[in-house]
Design a protein around this ligand. Sequence first.
Ligand code: FE2
Ligand code: FE2
Length: 245
Amino acid sequence: MESTITEIAPDIYRISTFHEGYKMQFNQFLVKDDEPVLIHTAFRRMFPITRDAVARVIDPTTVRWIGFSHFEPDECGALNEWFQVAPRAQAVCSFVGKLVMLDDFADREVRSLADGEILETGRHRIEFLATPHVPHCWDAGLFFDRTERTLFCSDLFFQPGDPVPVTGADVVEPAREHLLRSLSGPMRNDLPFTPYTGGTLERLAALEPRTLAIMHGSTFMGDGSAALRGLAGVLAETLGPHAAR
Ligand SMILES: [Fe+2]
Ligand SMILES: [Fe+2]
């Protein structure tokens, strides 16, 4: 496995690794700053690949913050491996993520971020938003780089395969296709529709992101608000209480 690195905004790097087994991309995002931030660690078993890719951009021992959306191995499985190489690295996540998951899992003290709290890393100001069950899991949160108006979307806008690094094309219809496919088969029900779904997506749309840093698929550049509102509509249509089944 070889990673592809693309600068998707000034000093924000997309590190994309296509996994032959899963037939999908696992994308990490690196914010190069006085205090470098890694968004998602990828799987523990992918750690050497991710570390070597990060080393093409910065000295991996200088990683200061490791953020992720929710407790799953593609999001944070290699956290403890990162602690081994980066002596000042610290995980940042939601209150629930720290208390319920990481306080047991992580080998180093974890910092929980309050909803709306801003991580100042030098030039970048990165806001944490608590987004329970969006994209999924109780502990879910998302990070928004206010400096470059980049939203780290985690599993929202899922695209299978190995698409191009950056696109300006529609990302809502591919998400709809994935959602419809995911209604059946052994991996069904990956995204829930809850009383919070619509309000959370509207809150994300109101941030007016110009870049959607998607974890599995191409980064989208364009009208992020419209894309998020489109996705909210798709989720309601396919999974909501009035969805045709
Ligand atoms: Fe996930
Ligand atoms: Fe994921």
